[in-house]
Design a protein around this ligand. Structure first.
Ligand code: ADP
Ligand code: ZN
Length: 523
């Protein structure tokens, strides 16, 4: 193959694209000129060309580290179709084929070699590469090197040797999921501290983002489907558990929707089948756990719904980023509830992870809760997590489109907290609300809770509204839900300043209004 050192010429001749997008050209010129760095671009942002083009502009083979065999195979197949000499080397490759790849590598017949991290860091492999001209090293999905992410792969840790063994070869790390801490971690691990970070295009303005308290999950999902009906394309429903993916898909099918399920517990045949049907179906809906993701290349995913709270803004962003890759309007709907938040907190506390890791996960979860409970533009809060600080309100999230009215809910919060305290921290939200509303239930009678001073002080708000107050108190950490027991509400440290009247509680009115009791009651 003739070589050219002009990136734009390579882009058009080999890949058939008339021009670069976003920061691609800057990255490509930097690397083609021998520079190293870190690329932060969202999924669909065009990261592949950032290393493929400079590899073709430079002498030698471009070595690409990739964590997933399926991903490698896809890219290699696509490159070969474009006439680029590419191959993959990983543990699933039959020995004979691996030998052929190594032979081609030594003959200088390869322009791009995809390799798994554990394979690359074998001493024998590094030794071989030292004898060859290497155009560059690309570390794809570079967040796998960081323990900050939940995609940490121990094999990635070994990649630190590249900067030592190949100090003069350009190294380009690429990722779509990186908050500031992950970025610093990647740079440290891969020896890129002195090199530039190319950050761009995280905003996906065509995705309208909405977060709504969960009321009736299925009715809410059905409403979304109805609004999106007739638009074709595909939709994704992310569920918190494997069971739920199957149940939701089955329920949707009963509703006449072409729905599939996908989770890590399925065998590879079933997974492949689901992938294939999702890729082709018209108005197909995939109900999946987060295991469904890497390798989705469908540009017309019109909506992504989360029935359960994602672990972090990074994962949420990555998952909703699978919508609207064609640039046309797409939607992201997040349903959340106090139970989710509490459950996620407890999972973290009970996990065997190290204290430092737990602290990280706690922070990420709180950041996610802050987005769900946002009283200001959700996209601003989300993008701030990726270091994009100076973004104006987006105009395409539910908060921007219909700003929530905030009201001073301090008194309501105090009533709720004192009802929790006076009932002895032993009851779930249903009973506490009964007490607040002054309802003479069997349980109220049994515990003589009608004699409490808080009995009936909350007649001005409906049950739903009180649940909203509870949820917002859980969200701000003033209450906890004992999920491992019977969902008892437990006051936390943050409740104290609220009870003492030292801290105001601004509540989102719309969350409560849905259930406000009919007017006319005493105020
Ligand atoms: P990422 O790895 O960042 O998720 P990809 O590299 O897979 O993204 O690119 C996403 C899509 O955008 C691909 O279909 C790719 O062909 C297309 N693409 C990327 N850069 C360009 C460009 N400069 N011109 C046209 N299409 C592009
Ligand atoms: Zn907004």
């Amino acid at each position: 193959m003739e070589t050219s050192t002009d990136p734009v010429e390579v882009l058009s001749r080999v890949f058939g694209h008339p021009g670069f997008r976003g920061r691609q050209e800057e990255v490509v010129r930097h690397v083609a000129g021998g520079g190293s760095g870190l690329v932060l671009m969202p999924t669909g942002g065009g990261k592949s060309l950032c290393f493929q083009v400079p590899a073709l502009c430079r002498e030698g083979v471009g070595v690409v580290v990739s964590p997933l065999i399926a991903l490698m195979e896809d890219q290699v197949a696509a490159l070969r179709q474009q006439g680029v000499a590419a191959a993959a080397l990983h543990s699933d490759l039959p020995e004979g084929e691996a030998r052929n790849v190594l032979r081609d590598l030594h003959h200088g017949d390869l322009k791009l070699l995809y390799v798994s991290p554990e394979r690359l860091t074998l001493e024998g492999m590094l030794g071989r590469l030292e004898e060859l001209p290497i155009a560059l090293f690309a570390v794809d999905e570079a967040h796998c090197v960081s323990q900050w992410g939940h995609h940490f792969r121990p094999e990635y840790r070994g990649l630190g040797v590249l900067s030592e063994r190949f100090p003069r070869t350009p190294r380009l790390a690429l990722t779509a999921t990186a908050d500031q801490r992950t970025v610093e971690d990647i740079r440290r691990q891969l020896g890129l501290q002195e090199d530039p970070v190319f950050r761009g295009g995280f905003d996906r303005p065509n995705i309208r983002i909405e977060a709504v308290p969960r009321e009736q999950e299925r009715a809410q999902l059905r409403a979304l489907l109805r609004e999106e009906a007739g638009k074709g394309g595909a939709g994704i429903v992310y569920c918190g558990t494997r069971n739920k993916t199957e149940q939701t898909a089955e329920w949707l099918r009963g509703d006449g929707v072409d729905a599939l399920a996908f989770h890590a517990g399925m065998d590879s045949e079933a997974k492949r089948d689901a992938h294939r049907r999702f890729a082709r179906g018209d108005s197909v809906v995939m109900c999946a756990t987060i295991a469904f993701g890497m390798g989705i290349d469908r540009p017309d995913v019109r909506w992504v719904a989360h029935l359960d709270l994602p672990k972090s803004p990074e994962s949420w962003y990555q998952e909703i980023g699978r919508g609207g890759r064609d640039g046309l309007p797409a939607r992201a709907l997040l349903l959340y509830g106090a139970g989710d938040i509490a459950l996620a907190r407890h999972r973290i506390e009970e996990s065997p992870a190290a204290p430092e890791q737990k602290r990280i996960e706690r922070q990420r979860l709180e950041a996610m809760v802050a987005i769900a409970e946002a009283a200001t533009c959700r996209r601003q809060i989300l993008l701030r997590c990726f270091g994009e600080d100076d973004i104006p309100p987006c105009g395409n999230c539910d908060v921007c489109l219909s700003p929530p009215k905030l009201f001073d809910g301090t008194v309501a919060a105090q009533k709720m907290l004192s009802a929790v305290l006076r009932t002895g921290r032993r009851f779930g939200v249903a009973h506490v609300v009964d007490v607040l509303r002054g309802r003479m239930t069997e349980k109220v009678a049994q515990f003589a809770h009608d004699r409490l001073p808080t009995f009936g002080v909350g007649k001005d708000l409906s049950d739903l509204a009180w649940r909203g107050v509870a949820r917002q108190l859980v969200a701000r950490g003033a209450l906890d839900v004992a999920v491992e027991n019977h969902g008892e509400l437990v006051p936390m440290e943050a409740a104290r300043p609220i009870l003492k009247g030292e801290e105001k509680v601004l509540l989102r009115e719309d969350v409560l209004r849905a259930g406000t009791a009919p007017a006319g009651g005493s105020r």
